[in-house]
Design a protein around this ligand. Sequence first.
Ligand code: FE
Length: 334
Amino acid sequence: MIKKLALSTLVLASSLFASNEVNVYSSRHYDTDKTIHKMFEEKTGIKVKVIQDNADALIKRMQSEGKNSPADVFITVDAARIQRVKENNLFQAIESEYLTKNIDSKLRDKDNQWFALTKRARVVVVRKDSPLANGIKTYEELADPKYKNQIMVRSSSNVYNQSLMAAMIAHHGIEDATKWAKGVVANMARDPKGSDRNQAKAVAAGIGSTAIMNTYYVGKLAVSNDSDKEVVSKLNVLFPKFENGGTHVNISAAGVTKTSKNKANAIKFIEFLLSKEAQEVYSKGNFEYPILKEAQTAPLVASWGDIQDDTVTINDLGKYNTDAVKALDIAGWK
Ligand code: FE
């Protein structure tokens, strides 16, 4: 009898345990995320299990796992990629009053299949002693021959550049956007190579004067070792705008998977990622911009200047991704 009772208690306990978790597939690879997941675990008692890989590998993995996939939540960076998850029919609509009430409709899917978690701006950094140091006002002017041998940027295989190009296409059409990309290529100080961080280092080292990069990498360098700090001390962060718009912003985003076994936990988890406390940790720890209006942007991020978001929608960044890849190739952006 006692044995039977103990066994059934064990079964009950293990089934409770099994449901007291949330399985996350994430292509975000930052320590800040671990901190935020821990905060969620401490607050709710729900265990967060993360599988971290690049977005396309995670999409493939979910497709091959089918309805047996353990994933409850999918997190990725970049507008085009998050829409790729939706197009592959891997998300379900999230019913959450908190999310629909607090998250701007421009920063979530129209069917509520994903919600943006953070914003990142793709801007330029310029060496302080360069004549261009305060001069760059638009993305369009980066194609002006006056910047010959000045510009550095990573390869066009990188989604951040693809989304920037998608925005250029949304503003100007594919023909003019391709001309622009050709102009940028003609102004490059070297062939595209390395990460965003490498571009900042190359600017500081004087290889060119200007780099296109995401803001949060400036923050990461600013809190890194002494030589990285010195790199940042040599740079101005400028916020170019499109001629008829604002500064290019991209997102990271999360959704609940179609086959989630822990749907309630998954929603609770995403709501937490979009709570004021988590949003401020994203900003302080990873130097991104919060999505939630009440959340404060970290002082270092705010110190670079005010940002006026571009008018091109997240949806358009996904829509023009294929055109952007083709146009960058035609332009010879390696
Ligand atoms: Fe990144």
